[in-house]
Design a protein around this ligand. Structure first.
Ligand SMILES: [Cu+2]
Length: 729
């Protein structure tokens, strides 16, 4: 008996020893690789899926907040669920009562309607559809927010401010698989989020609008989404991070009435067949998007916006439809969809006057969310243009319709085309100064070069280096994959250097997998992280890209990093954080459930939960997996001015090892588009006493005015944490 115990003990000990050794081996193997491929932290369950998001800063703050947008910004989840209302009890109330077609959402029927008591309230369902949505159906191909609000998100607005410095901001349940997340996991960090939509003055649905960060740190939003089937709006909305409020814009009539009489209970009790509030016919544009002096001339969904060196904003493209074509009983609203047009007229917003000017003389057709970059064309302050890839000729006299074959529901309604590899540069100041600015023409766009392929919805990075004399040493833009002319995902990476005599796109290493809707993020050491993307017009889990990749712009090489299990396709985003890690988040919720999944066979979007995660790049680790020693910025100015020299206090020992000083402009990122973000390497010298003197960019063409993170990178490639600074005139 005793012997047996001893031998069992020995056996257990041996087993423990082997397990221990295996664990050590596994650990050291993993740890070793952190310095090679980086490290993925556990998933962080969010209560809401961010479609687009951006870092916003109070001028005096060292830490940014993240402003989030989800779909249907002006409505809370409680506006779209069964309204036996206040007592929102359980799962069945989460099911969009407005969704009626079981062929489109079979999982809704399977999961909720087996219980006979859970019947729809037809009147109330219709009232929401009529009073808020003009009678249009709420479902559309890519919109999951209606049927899939989760409890932790239900009472919230769809615009949220995420306080990154809140102690619970990144609290998580230490899980690495989205399917393991429970409802309570989504509440772990909920306290770090604050409603920032209607309650803070935003009256419009800014889903997939154009974005730019203004010189004073305010967030600029052009256009957005109106009505169920892909209409644009003409609004300019602006968020001020100091007051955390939106600029005053008039409240749409239908929205005001809805607030007074939710679900039209009073209205319908007087007139059971009413289709709209009195004087508030939602099919009339003024009811939904009442005119304001700041409005754009053209309504836009999916436009590109970019801050210019003079602080104004250029708005290009986007599309719209004819809102006077009313809803049809047909779930596809084909007549409405068929009226879709691409806006060919750029507009310029001036934040000083809060007004917008249309450039009728500079028409050109671009795909949705086309890439744009400010490019220096000479030595003077006004020598610049905005270069854009995938340009197409515009009919000089009228709006240019999309190819008709794209006007189908049930397919990919976001045909991000027409794509082309043609790169054109717009002389913005020339077009603005033209006395015939209001005469329709296709002028001021100069053809630059044709890329080897089109790159529709491929992400870009914008990398600029300033020489010690203040001149621009190089200005490289790289574009990663995207859709070719036929709409097929590509693996091709191309790069152009705008300081060359004749700038030309040049092929680099291929991406490891063909993809569009990926996100490229410039890191402090000058390398570029690429995450996510999907590889087919039809979204399928199998076509998503799960490998993180690093692009080296000096060599053109691609390196494979970690592999994730979480897809990041359309509506995903990634942000370099002040601590030099990368926050990866967003994406369409349906993408997170594999097709054919045994537990959730139909890819139930309720279970494709919202998750973010922190990725730690290789530079944060030593070879043995321990944390790398980082340079420390002791003191830095909060505001810097063009053409000046400023002091940077770096801890003494590190100041002698400084290899690079970079400033990275922060802003919005979504749909592979981040026009705000530019990586600028700036010159410096070290005085005998170890003080670091840094030269700010000479002109605003090299670095647009606005908020930047400044990093010091040592001679081992390890970055400091960032100092926040605002660059201005
Ligand atoms: Cu979108």
């Amino acid at each position: 008996m005793r012997n047996k115990t001893i031998s069992l003990t020995l056996l257990a000990f041996a087993a423990l020893l082997i397990a221990g050794m295996a664990a050590v081996f596994a650990l050291s193997k993993n740890s070793n690789s952190f310095a090679e491929v980086g490290k993925l932290d556990p998933l962080i369950a969010f209560h809401i899926p961010p479609l687009h998001a951006g870092l916003v800063w109070k001028q005096e703050s060292e830490s940014p907040k993240l402003l989030f947008f989800a779909r249907h910004t002006e409505m809370r989840g409680t506006d779209i669920v069964r309204i036996e209302d206040e007592g929102i009890d359980k799962e069945q109330t989460l099911i969009g009562d407005l969704i009626r077609d079981p062929n489109i959402f079979p999982f809704l029927v399977d999961r909720s309607l087996d219980d006979g008591s859970k019947t729809f309230n037809e009147t109330l369902r219709a009232s929401f559809k009529n009073l808020v949505n003009g009678g249009f159906l709420m479902q559309q191909g890519p919109t999951q927010s209606i049927p899939t609000r989760i409890l932790s998100d239900l009472k919230r607005e769809n615009t949220q401010l995420f306080d990154l410095s809140h102690p619970d901001a990144f609290k998580n349940a230490d899980k690495h698989d989205v399917a393991l997340h429970t409802e309570s996991d989504h509440l772990l960090n909920a306290i770090a989020f604050e409603d920032t939509g209607f309650s803070h003055g935003l009256n419009y649905n800014i889903y997939c609008s154009g974005h730019a960060m203004l010189a004073d740190g305010r967030l600029f939003i052009a256009g957005g989404h109106d009505m169920a089937q892909a209409n644009g709006i003409k609004k300019i909305n602006i968020f001020d991070p100091e007051s955390e409020k939106w600029l005053d814009r008039n409240l749409p009539c239908a929205k005001a009435e809805w607030e007074n009489d939710r679900f039209g209970k009073n209205l319908l009790s007087q007139n059971p067949t009413a289709t709209h509030f009195e004087q508030c016919n939602i099919l009339d544009k003024e009811s939904r998007d009442p005119s304001h002096p700041s409005d754009m001339k053209y309504e836009r969904w999916y436009p590109t916006a970019i801050t210019l060196p003079d602080g104004k904003v250029l708005i290009v493209g986007g599309h719209d439809q004819n809102e006077k074509v009313g809803p049809s009983p047909d779930t596809h609203d084909a007549a409405f969809i068929a009226t879709r047009i691409i806006q060919a007229v750029p507009e310029i917003y001036d934040p000083k006057t809060d007004t917008t000017i249309a450039l009728e003389n500079a028409r050109k057709v671009f795909p949705e969310y086309a890439q744009a970059h400010v490019v220096q064309t000479g030595p003077e302050e006004n020598d610049w243009k905005v270069c854009m890839i995938d340009g197409n000729p515009a009919d000089p006299s009228e709006a240019s319709p999309l190819p008709s074959e794209t006007a189908k529901m049930g397919d990919d309604i976001h045909h991000h085309g027409p794509n082309s590899g043609a790169t054109f540069c717009l002389d913005v100041l020339g077009a603005l100064a033209d006395p015939n600015r209001e005469v329709p023409a296709e002028k001021y766009w100069e053809f630059l070069n044709e890329a080897q392929t089109a790159h529709g919805s491929g992400s870009t990075v914008d990398l600029l280096k300033i020489a010690s004399n203040g001149g621009t040493e190089y200005h490289k833009v790289a574009i990663f994959g995207g859709k070719d002319k036929d709409g097929v995902a590509s693996q091709i990476i191309e790069m152009i250097n705008y300081t060359d005599d004749k700038p030309k796109w040049g092929r680099q290493d291929d991406l490891l997998k063909a993809a569009f809707s990926n996100t490229a993020t410039p890191l402090p050491n000058g390398q570029v992280l690429i995450v996510g993307g999907r590889g087919d017009r039809r979204k399928t889990y199998e076509k998503l890209t799960f490998i993180y990749q690093m692009f080296n712009p000096d060599t053109g090489h691609i390196k494979e990093l970690v592999t994730t299990s979480v897809p990041r396709g359309e509506h995903s985003n990634a942000f370099l954080m002040p601590d030099a890690t990368v926050l990866v988040m967003g994406g369409n919720r349906t993408d997170a459930v594999p097709k054919g999944d045994k537990v959730f066979p139909r890819g139930d979007p309720d279970l494709g939960v919202n998750t973010a995660r922190i990725y730690k790049p290789p530079y944060l680790f030593n070879k043995d997996g321990s944390p790398a020693h980082r340079p420390v910025i002791v003191d830095a100015p909060r505001t810097i001015f063009y053409g000046t020299i400023f002091d940077l206090k770096v801890s003494k020992k590190e100041s002698l090892e400084v290899d690079k000083i970079v400033i990275i402009r922060t802003g919005i990122n979504t749909h592979a588009l981040s026009t705000d973000i530019r990586y600028v390497q700036i010159p410096f010298y070290i005085e005998n006493n170890g003080d670091v003197k840094v030269k700010a960019p000479k002109t605003s063409v090299q670095a647009m005015p606005g908020d930047y993170m400044l990093f010091v990178v040592n001679n081992k490639g390890v970055p400091s944490k960032a100092a926040h600074m605002r660059l201005g005139y």
